[in-house]
Design a binder for this molecule. Sequence first.
Ligand code: SF4
Length: 267
Amino acid sequence: MVYSHTQISQYLRCPRSYRYRYLDGWREKDIRAAMIFGRCFENAVGAYFAAKDCTEFFFKEWQVYRDTPFRYGKGDSWDRLLHQGVHLLEKFVRDDRIRVRRSKENLQRKFSQTLVAGNEFVSYIDAIGELDGQRCVIDWKTTTSRYTESPEGLLSLDPQLTCYSWITGIADVALVVFVRKHLPEIQYLKTTISEGQRQSFGRLVETTIAQVEAGHFEPHSGIRFPQNGCVSCPHLGLCLNNQQLVDSNLIRRPGASDLDWLDDLVD
Ligand code: SF4
């Protein structure tokens, strides 16, 4: 089996939800506009490093979806996302804090690790580049709200960055957060992941996969206020036996796919 960070984090959030998605094949019916926007935007950032006009590139990519019936967030529309995307790209170019040399090789770069029992773990890293002259692993994020920066060091606990540091062996990691709001903002956040954290993450991957392969899929409902993960879980209808909720949120594709790790590309 090929595993990814998205699969491991879904299992850790709720093993039952993992089973619904990766073994039983339940998927969300609606496509979120923000997800496709994020993909188009990140492709445009890639175009910038390939010395292309990134705003024009973004417009062409996003225009394809002008009439697609996406699920838009509150107050969002195709036009609004277009303007936010263009403003953020212009600001990114003006800031000029990131370098990615040999962009073909260092954008969306695939890393893999062989695990015990012949399993494999795969990650696609957004970029290996430099932030303010310092070499690091870079992950782009598009979001509607700022990432919390305090207390100091909080970012070093980020599981996705820890995963990327583990799989690349690079200690320095950065998040470039494109915040879609009235006045667009870009956060350049960096941290260092220790060798101990990398080793610990490797053990977490192995123990999680052992649980999956042993067929342990108990629900972690997280029902207590305010961290009620069930409310935003697409599988809520299955757990509540509520057919109406199932029909409105999910479709079912038979079985798990060996290509499920590709979900990481849109994460
Ligand atoms: S609704 Fe809650 S318990 Fe059920 S799969 Fe989702 S997170 Fe898990």
